[in-house]
Design a protein around this ligand. Structure first.
Ligand code: PLP
Length: 399
């Protein structure tokens, strides 16, 4: 067995299941889960039609680089969304969701034969970053997000000797769980560090189309272009249709960026067997070419967050995020910072599932930046989320 497998941590939802396993439920309430961040709005009909209309694709093996038509459609989307010129022949690859791409990219760019290979991850973070780093033979180094600065990462806390051994930096903007969007100054600082130390930046942007401000979130490639880095040196951005188009089961996304990295990434993917099904490619072309359903989807989230956020902010420290579909709340002082206890007691009394914040973060340098917080995924219909919020308010007021 690969000994590195034993270093993988249990997934947060498995820990949550165990936390709630022995609880006798209150039968007065039907169950509502705000636990898992799985989109639940309806899949657009145009995507379903494109899927069923392309079944002839079952008869052939797909190429790993994907059809030119898909890469061109993605390039056109990048132009519309970010005013970017991205070469579909050398700077774009289809991937089977951003999770797969995040993992595979680490296996491609990390050199475990160099001493102390290090991967910088946000904290709290999407769990795949850590597993990707460990299985690539590197050590993760966690940078805490700072609640006082809208959950921006505390890059200044990374010591010079850590930057010097860093091979890969994961960034997540808009972030999971706090929904913060990185600004141009933060990107510039990261690019300068990458130029100095030679690390690759993997920019996870899968929540980019669900936002609450007027202005759409700045993308990593967009930031690079604004700073004159038109070759996207050492930068790979990745996103997917899962949240944008409500198709988490389609497993479709793309990576785009530095052609010098895309080339060996294609080689890695060819051997790994990561080609996208032709049927999924056809559905993806339809999805990336249409923006109407994305606008409607965003409007649904905006309406839902406008209804739920004020209810909860009356009883706990929580605010509308920049983007994403989570509320990242501090639990009231009466719970003494014990987020898992809060989750357990809420579930027992009101049959509402929320994810303890500490499950999404690691203890690093003496603290867990997720402790004392909970993540609520507002993915169900508005009425269900409002009912969950009303129960949480009641729960907190009963203490
Ligand atoms: C931050 C983040 N990145 C990546 C993913 C993976 O999404 P997908 O593989 O569906 O693109 C998720 C899923 O929840 C996520 O929260």
């Amino acid at each position: 067995m690969n000994p590195l497998l034993s270093r993988l941590q249990p997934y947060p939802f498995e820990r949550l299941r165990q936390l709630h396993a022995s609880i006798a439920l209150n039968p007065a309430y039907r169950p509502i889960s705000l636990g898992i961040g799985e989109p639940r709005h309806a899949t657009p009909q145009l995507i379903k039609d494109a899927l069923t209309g392309s079944l002839a694709g079952l008869a052939g093996y797909p190429g790993t680089q994907g059809e030119p038509k898909l890469r061109q459609t993605i390039s056109d989307w990048l132009m519309r969304r970010y005013a970017l010129t991205v070469d579909p022949a050398t700077q774009i690859l289809p991937v089977n969701g951003s999770r797969e791409a995040l993992f595979a990219l680490a296996q491609t760019v990390i050199d475990p034969t160099k001493p102390n290979a290090t991967v910088i991850c946000p904290n709290p973070f999407y769990q795949i970053y850590e597993g990707a780093a460990l299985l690539a033979g590197a050590e993760p180094w966690f940078v805490a997000s700072d609640a006082k600065r809208n959950f921006a990462l505390d890059w200044a806390s990374v010591p010079a000797d850590v930057w010097a051994k860093t091979q890969l930096v994961f960034v997540c903007s808009p972030g999971n769980p706090a929904g913060a969007v990185m600004d141009l100054a933060e990107w510039k600082m990261l690019f300068d560090l990458s130029d100095r130390h030679g690390f690759v930046i993997a920019s996870d942007e899968c929540y980019s189309e669900i936002y609450f401000r007027e202005e759409a979130p700045l993308g990593g490639l967009q930031a690079a272009a604004k700073l004159g880095r038109h070759d996207f040196k050492n930068l790979i951005a990745m996103t997917s249709l899962s949240k944008r188009s409500n198709v988490p089961g389609l497993r479709s996304g793309f990576v785009a960026g530095d052609a010098v990295i895309i080339k060996p990434f294609l080689l890695y993917r060819t051997y790994h067997g990561s080609a996208m099904s032709p049927i999924v490619q056809a559905a993806s072309v339809a999805a990336w070419a249409d923006e109407k359903h994305v606008v409607a989807n965003r409007a649904l989230y905006r309406e839902k967050f406008a209804a739920v956020t004020p209810m909860l902010s009356a009883v706990m420290d929580v605010a509308l995020p920049d983007a994403g579909f989570y509320l990242w709340a501090a639990i009231p002082a009466v719970f003494k910072g014990l987020d898992a206890d809060f989750s357990r007691a809420l579930f027992a009394a009101y049959n509402v599932v929320v994810l303890p914040g500490s499950y999404l973060a690691r203890d690093a340098r003496g603290s867990n930046p997720g402790a004392g917080r909970i993540r609520m995924a507002l993915v169900a219909e508005t009425a269900e989320c409002v009912e969950a919020a009303a129960r949480i308010v009641q729960f907190i007021q009963s203490k």
